[in-house]
Design a protein around this ligand. Structure first.
Ligand SMILES: [Zn+2]
Length: 148
């Protein structure tokens, strides 16, 4: 093991960052004192850095992670339920519309009247598309409000 009689002085000077000119010359040529001054200087600079803020309580971290896991599980479990609800609602609306169309006298009369007008198919398709768009927008608004 290599030792130097100025090792302690070099360590002390590096930690205080107060260098004697003769000691600085010695440190520049001595490998032991050079290593000691590099390490002590790095430790001194590290100690002067601002310390990281304190970590939150472990119980709080655990509670927050449990809460987050529960929310994610509920969100994951809710997706298929929402899809089934949308399908059931669509089927119910289709069935209701079919029953309404089959039993309503004024609706059938309106359809016969519209058929008697002999509108071109492009106009009928445009009107049907607009009606479907209005229904889709209304359903989207209701779904968006329901998700809030
Ligand atoms: Zn030395």
């Amino acid at each position: 093991m290599i030792e130097c009689p100025f090792e302690a002085d070099a360590l002390f000077a590096a930690m205080r960052e107060k260098w004697d000119p003769t000691l600085r010359e010695h440190v520049a040529t001595c490998p032991v004192c050079s290593d000691v001054s590099v390490v002590a200087g790095a430790l001194h600079r590290e100690a002067e850095l601002p310390q990281p803020s304190e970590l939150p309580d472990s119980g709080r971290i655990w509670w927050m992670s449990q809460l987050r896991a529960r929310r994610e599980a509920a969100r994951t479990a809710g997706r298929p339920i929402t899809a089934i609800q949308v399908l059931a609602f669509s089927a119910a609306m289709g069935l209701l519309g079919a029953c309404f169309g089959a039993t309503s006298q004024w609706f059938q009369a309106t359809v016969r009247w519209a058929g008697a007008l002999q509108l071109p198919w492009s106009t009928v398709a445009l009107l049907g598309g607009l009606a479907a768009l209005v229904l889709v927008v209304a359903f989207a608004i209701v779904a968006a409000i329901g998700l809030e």
